[in-house]
Design a binder for this molecule. Structure first.
Ligand SMILES: Nc1ncnc2c1ncn2[C@@H]1O[C@H](COP(=O)(O)OP(=O)(O)OP(=O)(O)O)[C@@H](O)[C@H]1O
Ligand SMILES: [Mg+2]
Length: 329
């Protein structure tokens, strides 16, 4: 592939990227291409090699074997140029304790070449965007963990880099802030940035990532869109049934038993995963029953049994993740 080809199509290319820490193989032969307008998710258990991969993609760590190109530039040979193109939010906040947020943003803006008179407004814009404006004059050491993460993510965007690496940006954030950040990141993705993200939240990956890969022991186990991974690797469906609330004198357990018998008869191999008050959750292991037939069976059941409501869904990304990561050492 010529340099022109690489830069034309991909913002980031990894070719056989491998990392040894002494004799320990932390990352093993990763190959990947990510384009602008994409948010690529890197999933994996603790110690799978995600942060190590990021460090190689920034030039923090030496690459043992393989190559990385950013916008067509070889990271080993043109590291300075490459670093200008990258915004990086590391897993552990790299912030100076005694500076305020305002000062921190200003320093990073100046380092990234933002003209002095624009630094103030840029800092304030980011603070509004990531919802920490009211803490602007607090020192870093006075901030809560979640606010530090927000600041680190904001710093990754200073200077408007086309490629953004985010290593667990939302770890430690409350659900409301997390959603705020997702909206901001989705906007960035749709404006043409290339975002690489690691996360332990499947919900986050489903919300943001156009494609994702699951990493186990330094290897990619699978790569594709969420839907593709679910289609290919998830087995069966999940069925949730809500049992009708009935008058006290009727034995609820008997009703539940009748429903359970019905499900076992109609969907052989169904496993009751969870039973909580009036909710029953089943995993249906048979992939081959068409949706129409499943709905037909349950509609019939709804008429004869005490079923208030039900839903059938595809297995979650979490199940796909768990099926791969059980092999992590
Ligand atoms: N500087 C180092 N020297 C030796 N081994 C290291 C070093 N840094 C990381 N490792 C090892 O490399 C492996 C991958 O670590 P890495 O930090 O990349 O994992 P991770 O996928 O980011 O995990 P987490 O989800 O916990 O952040 C681990 O087994 C870790 O112990
Ligand atoms: Mg990590």
């Amino acid at each position: 592939m010529s340099r022109y080809e690489r830069s034309r199509n991909y913002a980031l290319v990894l070719q056989n990227v491998t990392k040894y820490y002494k004799n320990f193989l932390a990352v093993n032969g990763l190959c990947l291409g990510v384009k602008p307008y994409e948010c690529f998710g890197l999933l994996g258990m603790n110690g799978a090699g995600k942060t190590t991969t990021f460090k190689m993609m920034t030039g923090d760590e030496q690459i043992s074997y393989g190559k990385v190109w950013v916008n067509g530039l070889d990271i080993k040979r043109e590291q300075k140029k490459v670093q200008k193109l990258i915004g990086y939010c590391p897993q552990f906040d790299a912030l100076l304790d005694d500076l305020t947020i305002r000062e921190t943003l200003k320093i990073f803006a100046l380092i990234r070449g933002v003209p002095y008179k624009e630094c103030k407004s840029l800092g304030e814009h980011l603070a509004h965007e990531f919802d920490f404006f009211k803490h602007m004059d607090k020192k870093i050491k006075e901030l809560s963990g979640g606010n530090k993460r927000k600041l680190s993510t904001a710093i990754a965007l200073v200077g408007d880099p086309p490629i953004i690496y985010l290593d667990e940006p939302t770890t430690g954030m409350d659900p409301a802030t997390k959603r705020f950040l997702w909206t901001a990141l989705a906007k960035l993705r749709d404006s043409g940035k290339c975002i690489i993200l690691t996360s332990h939240s499947m919900e986050e990956c489903e919300a943001l990532c156009t494609r994702l890969a699951i990493m186990v022991n330094g290897n990619f186990q699978c790569l594709g869109s969420t839907q593709r991974l679910k289609n290919k690797f998830a087995t069966g469906y999940t069925l949730t049934i809500k049992v009708k609330k009935i008058a006290d004198h009727v034995n609820v357990d008997q009703e539940i038993k009748a429903i359970d018998n019905f499900i076992q008869r109609k969907f052989p191999g169904a496993q009751l995963k969870e039973k909580y008050q009036e909710l029953l959750s089943y995993q249906l292991t048979n992939n081959s029953i068409p949706w129409s037939k499943m709905f037909g069976i349950l509609e019939k059941g709804k008429k004869n049994l005490n079923i208030e409501d039900y839903s059938i869904g595809q297995c979650s990304l979490e199940q796909v993740f768990l099926s791969f990561t059980k092999h992590q050492q």
